[in-house]
Design a binder for this molecule. Structure first.
Ligand code: ADP
Ligand code: ASP
Ligand code: MG
Length: 406
């Protein structure tokens, strides 16, 4: 069997842990499998590198930022190769450019265009464990790129697809995907399986256990993912196509995201083209707008609120303030102490009253809802950031996710 395993930052956070990963890899190999291992930078390393860049400038050039960020993973692959060799196994490390993980030129969030895994196939044929640096790719001009935070998950899934691997195993510091972040809700339950669609929604709504784009890629290329712990033995969680048993569950999980900020423009004249002007200006900067709420018009004026990620807040605020002046709007208010809590489940497609139950649970704990949005399989509320964890626990209990689930 050809298996792709990915180990996250915590799992390779020290030399001892890298030796532990090598032992896991070795036993997979000894069972007769072909093995490709993708690794992240050691825990905290990517943040440390980012911080170095920001000590030089507030607006680092993104091409250079990627040159810096990609070094973290390179250390990990070299160390893991040494550790496997020390156990008597043949192992060889590869950077993103050696594997030819070809991407576009969107530095810091590059998209994979193609993978030419010939060198990996060659290594496997020679009985070696192929160790690949996660999170990095290379442009047609041979510039280094990175795939967005958490991007090693994507490297692993994309390699599993390219090599037609049996499974992509994601080893992390929790033993699977839970009904909510187990570090916030101790009663959270591990799910034995979850559909791509639910996982996609959970990930994009803040559950960082898998990077959103990796789940998207897995869904498109039919790669089964198994999320497991690198520290304890456990069955883990399979991410795959929806099946009959999953459909019966109304709410599968709760996610939250504190990387959110809200901008409100008051007294906007209520006439065609105004929203287009405001959001057109934001779109031009490449900033993604999430929720948008427009109040009903009073005396020809309305208020428009929207959310962006906290990292885009300052830039979005400046752009909007400028347009607001041009169109003669009232004030522009910003708030970056908000959070988004969401409930997710495929069963919502066929059940009513789910949103009402969510609002009721929050109300009973005096948590005020500032904004609401819904999709086919999720409901999200924007609340004060200081209530985020409480809200997750309250909702987990209201939907009884801790009990009777398998
Ligand atoms: P890695 O460094 O291995 O990629 P991450 O920190 O990116 O690990 O992801 C693992 C973390 O995801 C866990 O420590 C946990 O706090 C968080 N998490 C959030 N939501 C969930 C969830 N529903 N199930 C499991 N883990 C979750
Ligand atoms: N090291 C990168 C990050 O911290 C990629 C990853 O860990 O998946 O975002
Ligand atoms: Mg991760």
């Amino acid at each position: 069997m050809l298996i792709v395993q990915k180990y996250g930052g915590t799992s390779v956070g020290s030399v001892d842990r890298i030796k532990n990963v090598a032992r896991r890899g070795a036993s997979t190999k000894e069972m007769g499998n072909e093995l490709v291992v993708v690794v992240s930078a050691m825990a905290g390393e990517t943040d440390r590198l980012l911080n170095l860049a920001y000590q030089i400038t507030d607006t680092p050039n993104e091409r250079e930022l990627d040159v810096i960020l990609a070094t973290g993973e390179q250390v990990s692959i070299g160390l893991l190769a040494l550790a496997l060799q020390a156990l008597g196994h043949k192992a060889r490390s590869f950077t993103g450019s050696q594997v030819k993980i070809q991407t576009d030129r969107s530095y810091t969030r590059a998209r994979i265009m193609s993978i030419d895994a010939d060198r990996i196939r060659q290594a496997l044929r020679e009985g070696e464990v192929a160790i690949v640096a996660g999170f990095q790719g290379v442009t047609a001009e041979e510039d280094v790129t990175t795939l967005g935070r958490g991007g090693s998950d994507l490297t692993a899934v994309a390699l599993a697809a390219a090599l037609n691997a049996e499974v992509c195993e994601i080893y992390t510091d929790v033993d699977g995907v839970y009904t909510a972040d187990p570090n916030v809700v101790p009663e959270a339950k591990r799910l034995s399986r979850i559909s791509y669609d639910e996982m996609l929604e959970l990930a994009s709504l803040g559950a960082k256990v898998l990077q959103t784009r990796s789940v998207e890629y897995a869904k498109i290329h039919h790669v089964p993912i198994l999320v497991r712990s690198s520290f304890v033995e456990s069955e883990g969680t399979y991410v795959l196509w929806e099946d009959k048993a999953m459909e019966r569950v109304v709410v599968s999980g709760i996610a939250y995201d504190k990387n959110q900020a809200r901008i409100t423009v008051t007294r906007v004249v209520d006439r065609p083209g105004v929203a287009a002007k405001l959001f057109g200006a934001v779109a031009e900067t490449g900033i993604v707008v999430d929720m948008i709420v427009q109040n009903s018009s009073q005396d020809g004026f309305t208020d428009i609120s929207f959310t962006v990620s906290k990292t885009d807040f300052q830039k979005a605020y400046e752009v909007i303030a400028k347009i607001a002046r041009e169109i003669g709007a009232g004030e522009v208010l910003g708030d970056d102490r908000i959070a988004k809590v969401s409930i997710v489940g495929v069963g919502m497609r066929t059940h009513s009253g789910v949103a009402a139950k969510m609002f009721d649970a929050l109300a009973r704990h005096n948590i005020n809802i500032m904004m609401i949005s819904t999709s086919e399989i999720a409901v999200s509320c924007v609340i004060d950031a200081k209530f985020a964890e409480l809200a997750v626990r309250v909702l987990h209990e209201a939907f009884q996710l801790g009990e009777g689930r398998g």
